[in-house]
Design a protein around this ligand. Structure first.
Ligand code: NAD
Ligand code: MLT
Length: 311
């Protein structure tokens, strides 16, 4: 019987599917060295974003046929190394789209209405109604960077909340943007005119530090930025400085250049104008069932000798 290693927490629905055709070992929190040591025993590896599947792990995986990423981003897998070794890499491109778009909206509203600080204040026994005057998103301009699956779902929700929409995405047509109610513009104009900016692009060499000090300097002092896409797209030191110096009004961040976020990260010392969550964009019950089933079915098919849909 083939063997599957599940090295990040995955919903039981996925484990049940894999168990029909394979021995499934759930072993989370392994170090890179431990993974290199045990991976030769496995025909398939199933992960979320926690496991970094490096070249060394892939090269040690002499029986590996498939790596399944229960989520969208495959930036934690060395895909070229896997391809060279004939290992297919699959993901779940749509299973957590709604969860991630809803998290971006939750972050936008939390930040606008000071929900995290107000919650902490009431729980600390205080009643500070005058301290937490927020702002409305109605009639404000939302700039969406990346009008793919998540960006498009967010556009529809934001439109329903009465927001005006700008979008920057060099790979999307003007017609598609207009269908979604967005005006397609260059990044500089989006940064200058938006009251809220939300990022929904992959992490690639081109998008690394796309939002740097210079780009942040184009934002209005009343504007806020949200990143529920990938850490490293925003330069974190530049962001912390822009908020502290009052150059922008705030930020809501779910993903970080190094995860878990380091204890001495500049983002931890920004104060109340930043909302931080620990990579929760896909963390809904529904999304976790969707991605687990989606990827487990693909792994099962490959183990049965059927063709794969690669990421
Ligand atoms: P998608 O592929 O559907 O959309 C990405 C869009 O970005 C595409 O339209 C593409 O044209 C555009 N794009 C690519 N490079 C660009 C660039 N340099 N500038 C501007 N636009 C560019 O992907 P998606 O499913 O919408 O996911 C978006 C991001 O969200 C991914 O990075 C994914 O990993 C991340 N994500 C995070 C969470 C989370 O837990 N926080 C959950 C799901 C997805
Ligand atoms: C993804 O790319 O799908 C997300 O980051 C979610 C996750 O890591 O589970």
């Amino acid at each position: 019987m083939p063997k599957v290693l599940v090295s990040d927490p995955i919903d039981q629905a996925g484990i049940d599917i894999l168990s029909q055709v394979a021995q499934v070992d759930v072993n989370t929190g392994l170090s890179a060295e431990q993974l290199v040591k045990i991976i030769p025993d496995y025909d398939a590896l199933m992960i979320r974003s926690g496991t970094q599947v490096t070249k060394e792990i892939i090269e040690a995986g002499n029986s590996l046929k498939i790596i399944g990423r229960a989520g969208v981003g495959v930036d934690n897998v060395d895909v070229p190394a896997a391809t060279r070794k004939g290992i297919v890499v699959v993901n779940s491109p749509e299973g957590n789209t709604i969860a991630a778009a809803e998290h971006a909206i939750a972050m936008m509203l939390s930040m606008s209405r000071h929900i995290p600080e107000a919650n902490a204040s009431v729980k600390a026994g205080k009643w500070e109604r005058n301290r937490f005057i927020g702002v409305e998103v109605y009639k404000k301009t939302l700039g969406i960077v990346g009008l793919g699956k998540i960006g498009s779902h967010l556009a529809a929700a934001a439109k329903a909340m009465g927001m005006k929409l700008l979008a920057y995405d060099p790979f999307i047509s003007t017609e598609r943007a207009e269908q979604l109610g967005c005006r397609l513009v260059e990044l500089e104009l989006l940064m200058r005119e938006s009251d809220y900016i939300t990022l929904h692009i992959p992490k690639t060499p081109e998008t690394l530090h796309l939002i740097n000090a210079e780009v942040l300097s184009k934002m209005k002092p009343t504007a806020r930025i949200i990143n529920c896409a990938r850490g490293g797209i925003i330069d974190e030191a530049a962001l912390a400085e822009a908020i502290k110096e009052g150059k922008i009004a705030g930020a809501a961040i779910d993903v970080y250049e190094h995860e878990p976020l380091e204890a001495d990260s500049p983002l931890r010392n920004v104060g109340q104008n930043i909302v931080l969550t620990p990579h929760l964009g896909a963390s809904t019950a529904e999304a976790q069932v969707n991605v687990a089933i989606d990827v487990a079915e693909q792994i099962r098919d490959v183990l049965l000798g059927l063709p794969a849909r690669s990421a």
